[in-house]
Design a binder for this molecule. Structure first.
Ligand code: C2E
Ligand code: CA
Ligand code: CA
Length: 285
């Protein structure tokens, strides 16, 4: 019965009206996912999440202008896991909510620590999952964390995807307004990959857009132009929105982005995501 159930779920994934036989691989996949789910439930309690920070560089003065918090899971049975192997599971089982709350608090505690050491730290970005907008009290929880840690909301940037603005938009818009009223900046992450509906830009004032890596990848030595990127930057600037480019890996990409007037860049050309101590040395005056 269990195997039949596994096969049925696979049929549903493939679009119904079909049949599948349960294979040993399928059964193993299900078993591994269940184990991952079980371990993920314990991870928060066991303090297994790790935070790394990747700098964002201003193209106007080549200085670090901000950092983005990126999560890793130090899972005892397998070692360090990247978000792609657990974020979607956490989103589907609801654990993303407590995990993100932990993360936001941890980032705020870190900011406070850096400030106490006299480091000037602005624009600390946190990735916010669509799922978090569905929970009641999201903005109140944020307010409480900020109050508890004494962090200035102006220090924070929330990176959201276009999905947040398209799905359940009435509720999400009002949460975004509350966050903005607190002073938190809003960035549209992975810009250009999802709905790319421009109508929300009219209804909601976005602070920055982050052009997705897939567009940046198109700039190469042999093809050092991208009309799409050029157009996105012109459009954003005319709406008073500043532009970040992610996944910048080569000097030619940086040169072209600078020529187009892009404001900030982030990528392996400058830094990989780094532990807090490394960031501290980079930020020292
Ligand atoms: P993202 O927000 O688009 O983050 C950028 C990803 O690209 C990061 O992967 C980063 O390490 C990687 N990256 C940065 N520069 C380069 C580069 O020059 N080349 C290449 N090839 N990659 C680069 P990471 O850390 O594995 O994160 C993947 C995704 O997981 C993130 O995509 C974000 O959507 C999600 N994520 C990470 N941390 C969190 C979190 O705390 N909460 C939530 N909800 N999602 C998170
Ligand atoms: Ca991001
Ligand atoms: Ca991305």
């Amino acid at each position: 019965m269990k195997n039949a159930d596994i096969a049925m779920y696979r049929v549903k994934e493939l679009g119904r009206n079909n049949y599948q036989f349960c294979t040993p691989e399928m059964a193993l996949e299900v078993k591994e996912r269940a184990l991952l789910d079980y371990h993920l439930h314990q991870a928060l309690h066991n303090n297994e999440f790790v935070l790394l920070y990747q700098p964002k560089i201003s193209l106007h003065n080549e200085k670090i202008i901000g950092i983005e918090a990126l999560m890793r899971w130090n899972r005892p049975s397998t070692g360090l896991l990247f978000p792609e192997s657990f974020i979607s599971l956490a989103e589907s089982n609801g654990l993303i909510v407590p995990i993100s709350e932990w993360l936001i608090r941890a980032v705020c505690i870190q900011i406070k620590e850096w400030k106490e050491k006299g480091l000037s730290i602005h624009n600390v970005a946190i990735n916010i999952s669509t799922r978090q907008f569905g929970i009641t009290n999201f903005s109140t929880n944020i307010k409480n964390i900020l109050k508890e840690t004494g962090v200035d909301p102006q220090c924070l940037e929330f990176e959201i995807t276009e999905r947040v603005l398209m799905e359940n938009s009435f509720n999400n818009f009002s949460i975004l307004h509350e966050l903005k009223n607190m002073g938190i900046k809003i960035i549209i992450d992975d810009f250009g990959t999802e709905y790319s509906s421009l109508s929300y830009l009219r209804h909601f004032s976005i602070d920055k857009i982050k052009i997705d890596k897939s567009f940046i990848d198109e700039i190469t030595e042999s093809n050092p132009e991208s009309n799409i990127i050029k157009a996105i930057i012109v459009m954003a600037h005319s709406l008073n929105i500043s532009v970040v480019a992610e996944g910048v890996e080569t000097a030619i990409q940086a040169t072209v982005l600078k020529r187009y007037g892009c404001d900030e860049v982030q990528g392996f050309l400058y830094n990989h995501p780094l532990p807090a101590e490394k960031i501290q040395t980079l930020l020292l005056p």
